[in-house]
Ligand binder design. Sequence first.
Ligand code: C5P
Length: 218
Amino acid sequence: LSPGLLAGRHVLITAGPTLEAIDPVRGITNISSGKMGFALARACRRVGARVTLVAGPVSLATPRGVERIDVVSAAQMRDAVLRAVGDAGVFIGVAAVADYRPAEVSEHKIKKSGGSGLALELVQNPDILAEVAALPNPPFCVGFAAESRNLDEYASAKRLKKRLPLLVGNLIQDGMGGESNRVVLYDELGRHPLPAASKDEIAGGIVAHLAAMLANKQ
Ligand code: C5P
C-alpha cells in the first residue's frame, strides 16, 4: 500500500459489538472482538487518512494516531456516528450492532421470579449504516456482513438493500474472534475473494480496493 493512498481523507469506522442494557448488570450483545474494525483503523491511518473510530465495548488498545470514541449501546453509536459523519469521506461500518434492544431498561437489578419465566420485550435498533448511506450527501459507505451460510446471496442482497458501493462478506466460522479471516468483497462489478490472511493483511486488501474505487469516482 502506498503511504499516501488515503491522504487528506477522513475515514469514520464503527467497530466491536454494542451492548443493550436489560438492567444495571445485564444486557444483550453480539459476539465481536472488534479486531477487524481496529485493523481497518490502523490500515487507513497507515496510508494517511484521518481516522475516527467509534468503538463498542472491546478490550483493544487504541491504534496510534486514531481518534477513538467509546460507546456502549447502538443508540450511542448512532449519535457518535451522526456527530462525526459530517466531514467524513468514507464510512466503514464494521460493528456488530445489536438488532434489538429491550423496550425498557430496569433501573434496579431484576430479581428471580421463583420458577416462572421472564419475557423481555424487544424493539428494533436503527440501522446506522443504512441511515448514513441514505444521507443526502453520503460518504463512500462500506458494509460488512457476517453470515453462517449462503454468503454470496445474503451479502449481495445486503449491499443492494443498504445501497452500499462496497460490502465485505465473511463466513462467521472463518473469522470470529480469531486473528485471521477469509473475506469476499462485493461491488457493482461482482465478487472479489481475498486470500485467507491475518486481519491486518485483509484490512490492507480492503483499503486497496476501496482506494481504487474512490480514485475511479473522481
Ligand atoms: O444487516 P446486517 O446487520 O447483517 O448488516 C451488517 C452491516 O450493517 C454492518 O456493516 C454493520 O456494521 C451495519 N449495521 C449498522 N447498524 C445496525 C445493523 C447493522 O450499522 N443496526
